[in-house]
Design a protein around this ligand. Sequence first.
Ligand SMILES: [Zn+2]
Length: 332
Amino acid sequence: MTSYKDLGLSNTVDLFAKAVAGGYALPAYNFNNMEQMQAIIQACVETRSPVILQVSSGARKYANSTLLRNMAKGAVEYAKELGYPIPIVLHLDHGDSYELCVDCIENGFSSVMIDGSHLPYDENVALTRKVCDYAHSRKDYVSVEGELGVLAGVEDDVSAEHSHYTRPEEVEDFVKKTGVDSLAISIGTSHGRAKFKPEQCTRNAEGVLIPPPLRFDILGEIERRIPGFPIVLHGSSSVPMEYVRMIEQFGGRLKDSVGIPEEQLRRAARSAVCKINIDSDGRLAMTALIRKTLAEKPEEFDPRKYLGPARDELKKLYMHKNVEVLGSAGKA
Ligand SMILES: [Zn+2]
């Protein structure tokens, strides 16, 4: 048994309170390997941003949970070594059972998501409540994220055929009955790099897909019902066309990619939205640079020579997000 406090990690309680009051959102970046971790920590230290390191169940399968936990511990030390200790949260993304949440909490996670959004309302309440009861009764208080509403799209093991927006009339009751520390909502963001079908979008003059706008009316109604309560947005990559084009230029195929425009995320970050999940953009940046490097240097076979440029691009992307989109820069 390991408490996150022994690893030097933070839960989300104070960080979210500050973010809601300050009108910015914390970055929640997924990681599965060392290069991603280096890029995240370097970017967040340089921009002085707190950060949420997210681990999905897919990442646990891919990288081993013991290794991931110790990488998060290493990240705390690494930030200090870089000269500026930032608050770091280790968060389980899309926990799908009570047992998985408990396992993560007992192994150093400072925050977990229990995703009961696909269940009937009462079952979602009961499951989320059970996880909160355990996480909050501990001496070290682990924070819990719940979800109401179902996002479209596919992400690791998570996919939904029938998405629906969060019903504002449920949020007050859900928060009260479960005791969650934050709530993920569905207002039109979507998992993955093809967030909308072409027929849901319009096209601009260059033929680029323009997605339907986020439902700020629903967000506003939720904020009215639970003022100041920390809100989370999943599936919030912007899917930069420069990366999509680079990937396609060097042999990839990513038909009909479309994301959430950054100005809409910036607007959301200024509200009670205090955590924004970004995964696909990082995947695209890394893949683009790996494809480009390998295509331009066909003799290269040292992984450091193509993972290194990918890592540098990823760092650049994360710094841009912290400064220009989330507003978290300078808040650590
Ligand atoms: Zn998600």
